[in-house]
Design a protein around this ligand. Structure first.
Ligand code: PMP
Length: 316
């Protein structure tokens, strides 16, 4: 047996990134739910905080305040716990209760503002962030969010694709838009012809039609078009929609048939990516990501009796 010394890690933040890329049903899926704190957001949480430290915007004893539909709050709470900052998560009510419990478990305080959509929480967090001793990363606007995805996640995926393969398409929902835009930029550099598809819930087609309505694909379509997406909308080739019900069904399918326990946005990403493959057969290498883990959705979708429910519970 060849056991090579691989080194001792400093802390949990060293385990962020380097997630597997798998091929599933003809789609390449980056398993981002395997990041510490259970989502893709561990990447930008670590990156935005370390950049703020470098720029002198964060000092020992400061409080980080951020608006979030949950995953960024969980991720920032983890980073704050490791680095010794106080954390205030501002989030709407009506999201899975586990999200709240997880941030609190990391020692964060949670302030509720609004219902399901994040716009009111965003106003409040921005306001609090202006006070002395507070730092507001501002994930929906932050160039550091885009930068992480362009400099780290995008190149990671490019290096994992089979030799000689370049991405033909990237399909992702839009929370902040940081993943679609940043990874999209990295992909465009490698293959200028790559097509970028934004996905949104069919109940709330904000990008396509300006609709703002309730849906159950938590983590995307938070009730407004974020600054990152607005600034970079020209990069995106097309927008497609997936219904909440189909997203939840596909999420259950991922667990049962592939052993991947992830959240509804992962189900929606798989469906949307497969539709792209069907509609555009010339796009052979279609990439997406499974963004958050499924344990925090057990109560909402996986308990006995709920599997038969025709319509998932509605928030909003
Ligand atoms: N899926 C889930 C579960 C998320 O939490 C998020 C981010 N809120 C996304 C997808 C979308 O990521 P981004 O913010 O980069 O658009």
């Amino acid at each position: 047996m060849d056991i090579r010394y691989r080194g001792v890690s400093g802390n949990i933040l060293d385990a962020v990134g380097d997630t597997p890329l798998i091929e599933i049903e003809g789609i390449y899926a980056k398993l981002e739910f395997l990041n510490p704190s259970g989502s893709i957001k561990a990447r930008i949480a670590k990156y935005m905080i370390e950049r703020a430290e470098e720029e002198g915007l964060l000092k020992p004893g400061d409080t980080i305040v951020e608006a979030t539909s949950g995953n960024t709050g969980n991720a920032l709470s983890m980073v704050a716990a490791v680095k010794g900052y106080r954390m205030l998560v501002v989030m709407p009510e009506g999201l899975s209760s586990e999200r709240v419990a997880i941030s609190r478990a990391y020692g964060a305080d949670v302030l509720f503002c609004g219902n399901f959509h994040v716009d009111q929480a965003l106003e409040r967090a921005r306001e609090l962030g202006r006070q002395p001793g507070f730092f507001f990363p501002g994930q929906f606007e932050s160039e550091w969010n885009v930068e992480e995805n362009r400099l780290i996640l995008g190149p990671e995926i490019l290096a994992q694709l089979p030799p000689g393969r370049l991405p033909d398409a990237l399909v992702l929902g839009v929370g902040t838009g940081g993943t679609l835009v940043g990874v999209g930029q990295a992909f465009r550099e490698a293959n200028p012809g790559v097509r970028l598809f934004a996905m949104e819930p069919s109940e709330s087609r904000t990008i396509l039609c300006g609709e703002i309505a309730s849906h159950t694909i938590e983590g995307i379509s938070d009730g407004f078009i974020p600054g990152i997406f607005q600034r970079n909308a020209a990069l995106v080739n097309d927008v497609l929609s997936v219904s909440s019900e189909d997203a939840v069904e596909a999420m259950r399918h991922l667990a049962r048939h592939h052993g991947l326990l992830c959240g509804p946005s992962s189900g929606a990403h798989l469906l949307a990516a497969k539709r792209v493959r069907e509609r555009f057969p010339e796009l052979k290498t279609v990439v997406t990501a499974f963004c958050d883990e499924g344990e925090k959705y057990l109560h909402d979708y996986f308990m006995p009796g709920q599997e038969a429910a025709a319509t998932p519970p509605q928030f909003g």
